[in-house]
Design a protein around this ligand. Structure first.
Ligand SMILES: Nc1ncnc2c1ncn2[C@@H]1O[C@H](COP(=O)(O)OP(=O)(O)OP(=O)(O)O)[C@@H](O)[C@H]1O
Ligand SMILES: [Mg+2]
Length: 373
């Protein structure tokens, strides 16, 4: 882009929560800033959907502050008109198809290419999202402009409902778990930088327990770090691990329970349990299998208008399963959430059978233990 080339496509990144999408967007901004001193340096602008509620706000994020108002006021792009009147009208309308604004953005991008990053893009209002996609396409035809959308696995479906072919035309990147080496690096490097060592066996244990999932790696990293600081340790061994493990485990259970509760509130826990049962014997499954399982376990009181496919999309939106790019197969979303859901279901069944004639008391103040059949 710094050489004046338009990227061939926009970029869509999606993956379950906690995989590192936001971290990756911030990294992209840092990378772009490395050329800051150059004349044709890449400009970046970052937003979230609640900042883009109307076209005016979208333009506000796309156009650089200095450039466009001056240009419009000086009458440079409005020859033959009263610039101020025109400016006022343009400003008031600020429609997504406003040619003046588009041309201003194009000329800005010719000088300084723009990377526009939108996090949590699945939460965008469809109308505003469509406006943004259209602007992007028009600018990209003429100048170096890159739109980067990041969001949860529901993003792909959402974008397809906004514009049928957009995802097909984009560079789609699935943000999944790390490999073992990257996981080890994420633990070791920050500790080493501060003179803290960790022995190999201990590291292997942490890497395995994190399931290579960035959010859990972060929990482990924080717990180990706190421990080392608290006890003034230069070397972490399996002794410390046990202590840190309790901390990590508590946070993790809390994280799982919140997600299980959400599924339960949506009436989708029976379907989730059935899906988790399938995943006990496989790492991937097809959409047809999922549809069948959900149809057999749909919430009893869900409105007739809600189709099985909508339930599937809801389950995807809540990261229970996801469909990485370039495959038709579905995988587990947040690692081990399925195992947690199954374990809780088993506990529930056991409690029931051990107290057949009694109402089961709510555990931890949580009264939504009726998981259906
Ligand atoms: N490559 C990585 N290595 C190690 N830790 C990482 C990595 N990427 C992200 N993390 C850590 O994982 C956690 C989740 O990252 P991040 O917030 O970017 O995820 P996200 O995909 O944006 O999640 P959400 O969908 O909830 O916004 C953070 O604590 C972050 O520091
Ligand atoms: Mg994020």
């Amino acid at each position: 882009m710094a050489d004046g080339d338009s990227p061939a496509a926009d970029m869509v990144m999606y993956g379950p929560r906690g995989m590192g999408k936001t971290v990756l967007l911030n990294w992209l901004v840092d990378e772009a800033k490395r050329g800051e001193a150059n004349d044709n340096s890449i400009r970046t602008s970052s937003a979230t959907p609640n900042q883009l509620k109307n076209p005016a706000e979208i333009w506000g994020f796309l156009l650089s502050d200095e450039g466009w108002k001056e240009k419009l006021l000086s009458g440079e792009t409005t020859a033959g008109f009263d610039a101020k009147v025109f400016f006022a009208k343009t400003w008031k309308e600020k429609s997504p198809t406003n040619k003046i604004l588009l041309n201003t953005l194009i000329s800005e991008c010719k000088k300084n290419p723009l990377v526009f990053l939108l996090d949590e893009a699945h939460k965008m209002e469809p109308e505003q999202c469509l406006a943004l996609l259209n602007i992007s396409q028009q600018v990209q035809n003429e100048a170096p402009f890159l739109l980067v959308l990041a969001g949860t696995p529901g993003l792909s479906h959402f974008l397809t409902t906004v514009n049928a072919s957009f995802v097909e035309r984009s560079d789609v990147i699935g943000i999944g778990r790390l490999d073992a080496q990257a996981t080890a690096d994420a633990i070791v490097k920050p500790l080493n930088e501060h003179g803290i060592e960790i022995d190999d066996t201990t590291l292997a244990q942490v890497v395995e327990d994190s399931q290579h999932y960035p959010y859990f790696i972060q929990l482990w990293g924080a717990a180990l770090w706190d421990l080392a600081k608290e006890k003034d340790l230069q070397k972490l061994t399996s002794q410390e691990i046990t202590e840190a493990e309790t901390k990590v485990e508590n946070r993790r259970l809390n994280f799982y329970e919140k997600r299980r509760k959400t599924l339960s509130d949506l009436g989708l826990l029976p379907a989730a349990v059935a899906i988790a049962t399938i995943f006990q014997d496989t790492e991937t499954t097809t959409m047809d299998t999922l549809i069948d399982v959900i149809a057999d376990n749909s919430p009893v009181d869900s409105p007739a208008t809600q189709s099985v496919n909508e339930h599937l999309q809801t389950i995807i939106r809540h990261e229970f399963i996801w469909n990485p790019p370039d495959t038709d197969l579905y995988e587990a979303g947040i690692p081990s959430l399925m195992k947690y859901v199954l374990d809780r279901q088993r506990e529930h069944v056991q409690e029931r059978s051990s107290k057949p004639n009694q109402e089961i008391p709510a555990k931890n103040g949580n009264s939504d233990l009726d998981l259906g059949p």
